[in-house]
Design a protein around this ligand. Structure first.
Ligand SMILES: C[S@@+](CC[C@H](N)C(=O)[O-])C[C@H]1O[C@@H](n2cnc3c(N)ncnc32)[C@H](O)[C@@H]1O
Length: 324
């Protein structure tokens, strides 16, 4: 049955794509889809074995699915067998860094943007690929996802384009890559800074030795993500980092608020059925149950001290301990 939220149609410069039929508010589940088939270790499987495997899978499929598979785009038409080319062009990994890939007939029509309005994620429990709106999407607007890892997406335009060409066989013409030169340089600079901040926060050294600076790095990263129009799981992860910084410093009030913001972003990006949500939800009321609680009490506060988001200086309250 056709999905009332979008239609598959030609998008200038990108082949086919998914275009919204209706207004889709942020946080809406746009699509949930089971794979036609999966490949357990694509990178380590020889081309011949992939072709043999796909052939055997196709034989077991209904005619409509066979036709659907054969109609998918092949960006590697001159390089290899069509079966291999179609799988390489269209498969999505079962989670970041997973060697297992799935082939999906509808998700495969989603084009890439370096500032996407949708997020795709694999749910290992339901074994479905889910697509959520991460921004409000207007009727007529194309629905896009990001094909790259966070790290690759933080590189400058030329680097991103090189990788997309190498891995997916196309030159990116998303709205970020097609920005005028001056704006593009500004965007590149912001992305490089996002990457540096992400690395700085991720190493854990800052968290251990300079919590105010670590919290400041989270705030700056969130500002840069917002300026870049990035509203995917990177925002959720940044709130979780801020939560951990506060909980390890004894600031349970802010830890509780950051935990709530983290949960809200996870819900938007992956939906209510995303695994692990319930466990993390518990940190909103009981941040002290986190393994980092009790390391220090230098910012001591209680959950009951938390400010509401309609507090007149909520932002000032939230980031009070941050320096950068
Ligand atoms: C997974 S398919 C997406 C659906 C495809 N457009 C179709 O017609 O079926 C990936 C291909 O879409 C095109 N594409 C996706 N994102 C693009 C972008 N940002 N700029 C240009 N082409 C893009 C490229 O041809 C790429 O190889």
């Amino acid at each position: 049955m056709a999905n009332p939220m979008f239609e598959v149609m030609l998008v200038p410069g990108c082949g086919k794509g998914l275009v919204a039929r209706t207004y889709i508010p942020r946080g809406t589940r746009i699509l949930t889809e089971k794979p036609l088939f999966s490949i357990s270790n694509f990178a380590a499987t020889s081309l011949t074995d992939i072709v043999a495997y796909v052939t055997s899978q196709l034989r077991t499929m209904p005619k409509d699915d066979q036709r659907g598979f054969l109609s998918l785009h092949n960006a590697f038409i001159r390089q290899a067998s069509p079966f291999y080319g179609i799988v390489r062009t269209n498969s999505l990994p079962f989670g970041p860094d997973s060697p297992e890939l799935g082939l999906f007939l509808t998700c495969s029509r989603l084009n890439h943007s370096c500032s996407p309005n949708a997020n795709h994620s694999w749910n290992p429990v339901t074994r479905t690929e889910n697509v959520q709106a991460i921004r409000d999407i207007d009727p007529g607007e194309e629905i896009t996802i990001c094909y790259q890892s966070a790290q690759s997406s933080h590189r400058g335009r030329d680097n991103r384009r090189d990788e997309l060409m190498k891995m997916f066989g196309f030159e990116c013409h998303c709205m970020i890559c097609d920005l005028p030169e001056e704006d593009s340089l500004e965007s590149d600079q912001r992305r490089v800074e996002i990457d540096q901040l992400d690395t700085l926060i991720g190493t854990g050294d800052l968290l251990a030795f300079n919590a105010p600076k670590a919290l400041g790095a989270c705030r700056t990263m969130l500002e840069h993500l917002e300026d870049e129009g990035i509203q995917d799981m990177r925002v959720a992860r940044c709130y979780y980092d801020a939560f951990q910084i506060c909980v390890s410093s004894g600031d349970l009030a802010r830890a509780s608020v950051f935990a709530r913001m983290h949960i809200e972003e996870m819900r938007v990006c992956e939906g209510d059925d995303t695994p692990g949500l319930k466990e993390r939800q518990a940190f909103v009321e009981k941040p002290e149950s986190h393994r980092l609680a009790g390391i220090s009490d230098k910012w001591e506060s209680k959950v009951a001290d938390r400010a509401r988001s309609d507090h007149s200086d909520f932002e000032g309250w939230l980031w009070r301990r941050a320096t950068y």
